[in-house]
Design a protein around this ligand. Structure first.
Ligand SMILES: [Cu+2]
Length: 145
């Protein structure tokens, strides 16, 4: 049996079982990545957690745990000297990544798709979701030595 399908099914049953308990995210108290293979999940309009702390050399995994399309698009200004840029779609800078979304949905991360990036340089990295940035869908990864 496909593990990912099983997890998705189990997650739905769990959510239904606690439907009477309405949390901020309506996830029954679970973060989207609890018990799943990701570090940062997504609701319709938020990254969860909004701020994630990582260690140098760590590979951070984002997963679209929602039904909406999103992007993970780093902001050029936040990339420390010597660190590599990151964005879904593999674009090399923020302008190209943001334009690509508007031109052909470039960098689209569909439901249950994942994206990962390895952080080799300490610093505070800001990123956004291009289709939802106007609604405040932004996130931060803090990388410590
Ligand atoms: Cu989004």
């Amino acid at each position: 049996m496909n593990r990912r399908v099983y997890l998705a099914t189990a997650g739905s049953a769990l959510t239904a079982g606690v439907a009477g308990c309405v949390g901020v995210l309506d996830l029954g108290g679970r973060a989207p990545c609890d018990g799943d293979q990701c570090d940062i999940g997504m609701t319709r309009n938020e990254f969860v957690p909004v701020e994630y702390e990582a260690s140098v050399g760590e590979t951070v995994v984002w997963k679209n745990t929602s039904g909406a399309d999103h992007t993970v698009t780093a902001t050029d200004a936040s990339i420390p000297d010597g660190a590599s840029y990151f964005a879904t779609g593999g674009y090399e800078d923020e302008r190209t990544a943001r334009d690509a979304w508007h031109e052909y949905r470039g960098g689209r991360l569909g439901t249950r798709e994942t994206f990962e990036h390895t952080f080799d340089v300490p610093g505070t990295y800001e990123y956004l979701c291009e289709p939802h940035v106007k609604g405040g869908m932004v996130g931060t990864v803090v990388v410590r030595e």
